[in-house]
Design a protein around this ligand. Structure first.
Ligand SMILES: *[C@@H]1O[C@H](CO)[C@@H](O)[C@H](O)[C@H]1NC(C)=O
Length: 391
């Protein structure tokens, strides 16, 4: 009895203490001069609030209230004294509508060398539609900025954020460790160029959970040097699917290892799960990849390994990929393909794919025969596998 009372007292004290600590300091960007009118440039207000948060040692929340806040390129630069900065957004951050303002900035909202930063809620509106139109015309256009990028950063949380119409990629995680992305929504038109949803590279321990991604390019792309990546509960489409790659563009390249992609639904996408490498020499690799519990709804190419990527036949004709692909498991993959070749593995003749496993794969194509087209791919099947002519 006394033990129970004691526990209750201890829990009460802990709870009170943590809520005081978690509450910390809140900085409202309006108090720093930001205006929710969608017109006034609020860049400096955001930067001033960041400067204050970064130099403080107590947990700090930068609060963006309801309304549309126009901001240009913002660099949230570390290192900070603070290892607990939350950017809590109720309204929207809006990029300049003229695309050349941030078109060559690489990133619109850029976090560099930060530790313990969370971005919670709100809308990031990249206003990319005019740049896409420019790219589709013959004009020369800026390459475009990523909506939100993190580099050289650790212990990052992105929760409940909506990213709209980025000029280029939506979220990029580069050289980071320990990142949790969850409950995000990413939307760009199905025909918008290079608007990848989430791109991860040179990073470890990244989790991407419970998110909805509809773009004109890969929903999630997994670049060189990605290790211990976990992706679960994703709705993807339209878009190009979830891709490991492109790998092997450089000769000297970090490999991809230990990637789990689990419980994903692809709807109307160009590819489902794909591994892609350039057809050129490289010391890169992709190993220990698991694709599990995947539903395909009218997907053009549900399962793809393509090691002959050579856009416009430039810089790689008649070369073969040096990237070694091994230990890739496809488990419980089912649904519909919109083409007859539902499984396509074109591995490198120099480094054939090894240790591929197809287990309980059931793909259909209207009511016709589906087939697998596999070259230089070695592995086994188990359970019910259709199409079953790969190995
Ligand atoms: C693989 O990555 C997961 C996280 O995605 C991690 O929990 C697990 O420990 C890693 N496995 C190895 C062998 O490193």
């Amino acid at each position: 009895m006394t033990q129970i009372v004691l526990n209750a007292v201890v829990y009460f004290l802990l709870f009170t203490l943590t809520s005081v600590i978690i509450e910390g300091v809140t900085l409202n960007v309006v108090d720093f001069g930001a205006k929710p009118d969608g017109e006034t440039d609020s860049t400096n207000a955001l930067l001033s609030a960041w400067g204050r948060a970064c130099s403080s040692t107590s947990p700090t929340t930068i609060f963006v209230p309801l309304g549309r806040f126009l901001v240009g390129k913002v660099v949230f630069k570390g290192r900070c004294n603070n290892k607990g900065i939350t950017i809590h957004i109720d309204g929207a951050l809006v990029a300049p509508s003229k695309y050349d303002v941030i078109g060559n900035a690489e990133n619109w909202l850029f976090f560099d060398d930060v530790d313990g930063v969370s971005v919670i809620g709100g809308v990031l509106d990249g206003q990319g539609t005019d740049l896409w139109a420019c790219k589709r015309s013959a004009k020369s256009c800026p390459i475009g900025a990523t909506n939100m990028g993190f580099t050289n950063s650790n212990n990052i949380v992105i929760n409940g954020v909506t990213s709209l119409n980025s000029q280029m990629f939506h979220i990029v995680i580069d050289r980071c460790d320990s990142v949790k992305i969850q409950g995000v929504k990413i939307f760009a038109a199905g025909n918008s160029p290079n608007t990848d949803g989430i791109h991860v590279q040179l990073s470890s321990s990244v989790n991407i959970l419970n998110s909805n991604i509809a773009t004109g390019d890969d929903c999630i792309s997994i670049g060189p040097g990605t290790t211990n990546l976990w992706i679960q509960n994703i709705a993807c489409g339209p878009g190009h699917g979830i891709s490991v790659g492109s790998l092997g563009k450089e000769f000297q390249e970090a490999g991809v290892q230990n990637v789990t992609v689990k419980t994903v639904t692809f709807t109307g996408t160009e590819n489902g799960v794909r591994i892609k490498s350039w057809g050129r020499p490289s010391n890169g690799y992709a190993r220990k990849i698991l694709f599990q519990h995947v539903t395909m709804v009218n997907v053009q190419n549900p399962i793809v390994i393509d090691q002959n990527y050579c856009p416009n036949e430039k810089n790689c004709p008649s070369q073969v990929s040096g990237v070694e692909i091994s230990n890739v498991i496809y488990q419980d993959i089912h649904g519909t393909s919109t083409t007859a070749i539902a499984v396509k593995m074109n591995c490198s003749p120099k480094n054939p794919c090894t240790g591929i496993r197809l287990e309980d794969v059931m793909l259909t194509y209207e009511s016709k025969q589906v087939v697998a087209s596999c070259n230089h791919a070695g592995g086994i099947t188990s359970g019910v596998v259709q199409p079953n002519n790969c190995f």
